[in-house]
Design a protein around this ligand. Sequence first.
Ligand code: OOG
Ligand code: MG
Length: 268
Amino acid sequence: MKFEDINKYTFFAVMKNLEEIAKEIHLAAANAYEIEQISLSQDIGIDNAYDIQAQSIAHRIADGETLIGLKMGFTSVAKMQQMGVHDMIWGRLTSSMLIHNQGNTPFSKYIHPRVEPEICFQISKDIDDVLDENQVKEYVSGVAGAIEIIDSRYKNFKFSIEDVVADNCSSIGFVVGEWFPTHTSVDNLKIELLLDGVVCETGNSNDILGDPWKALAACTRLAKQYNQPIKAGMYIMAGAATSAAFVKEGQHVSATIETLGSVSFDMQ
Ligand code: OOG
Ligand code: MG
């Protein structure tokens, strides 16, 4: 065998197919362990990354979970700068991810969890079209303050855009506060994230694409592009308004969103 052939052989030997990667990510998420970034060994491209995400979520569904919503990511400058990714992304929310407001969740379920304050919408009727920020209001039953827990499966919480998309955009949990009617203004609301009652991040609802409704509009566009139906009853998370903060075992996490009140949970 010539030297070039050995190299070629080695290259193909380490390449994994999409099914293998999806399974690996699914198992890492289900059992809370870290894996290497895919992008360190192969270039998958964004469409394959969404394909891997869909397949990893299919494993969760096969294990008995249900799809209960979608989430947007990198809809604020704070998040894009923190993670070094500058394009919007979207992921899926499943039944095991929902944590009751003022409830708790065991730290052992996570690798290196972070929390971030968000706004959540609930969908009132199926959406099949791409809608703008005004049209989409007709399809929403309420708005609420929320916290997302993210827990990248990659070492050191570092990833490329393809890595994070394949990893379901780091999704692991979310907490939704009290629902308010759709006409409740989400314009220019002060947002605070607190750990054990101490403010660690401050932002504004308009840090989410200038208007959180635009995140929902973007979600209708991306969901359509990737053939993901948006169904009545789904939760749609608009993306964090501030940077995310690492959360430790035993900490009380809360977020206050001016006029939408407070939402919290305990990391036990
Ligand atoms: C990716 C998820 C981004 C958001 O709200 O911007 C996200 C990550 O930061 O790990 O959920
Ligand atoms: Mg988020």
